[in-house]
Design a protein around this ligand. Sequence first.
Ligand SMILES: [Cu+2]
Length: 240
Amino acid sequence: MAPHSPGTEEIDTLITVGFVAAVIVIVAVNAALFLALRRYRDERGAEPRQVSGGRRIQLRVGGGLALFAAVLLIVGIALTDNAREAPATGPGGLQSAKSEPLRIEATGQQWLWRYDYPNDAFSYYKLVVPVDTTVAIDLVSTDVVHTWFVPGLAGKRDAVPGKTNRVVFRADEEGTYDGDSATLSGQGYAAMRTAVEVVSPEAYEGFVSTQKADIQAAQDRVVELIEKRAKPEEEAHESP
Ligand SMILES: [Cu+2]
């Protein structure tokens, strides 16, 4: 999946670095083995030439390998550190999230995700966020460990009961980014998908206010229906 948030570019580079390093090691080990076999083999029955190496060759090979490992370690640490850095909201983002990231709470439960927005609106399965805006998602769980994993926007992060974990990203392009279950959290975990819809800041504001109004209207209607049901009984009791 193509990276669409600053941290994911570093993760993508790290995967490439890891892959190239693995290829170098595999090719080098096999080439050395092949060369050694060719160089030190002899006719059947004859005693082959024996390997003899001084301290020099050991130091050279050992030093080379240590240098290779050290470079990998430093590159890994630097890239991981950069990937963890929280990017700031850009000029095309939600301006109210300029100094502080837009905070959204994501609750994992068997087997779906619930998102709570700052204005008390909420949504299930689909998260709507503004583009070019720093979004901080606080992950919580009501039952078991779930993993929030939207590879286009951020690395994996667990939602653990009794703990709050944070994942920060800034989507650089509008669109829909799919997420999968990344930890076995029970029978229905495969269906525990999510989607992040990245829209313009205006569309985001529109979504959360419409969502809030719809939720309020639905709750009012429920209260109305309950009251309506309770009324005839009250009247029956009151009449002699
Ligand atoms: Cu889950």
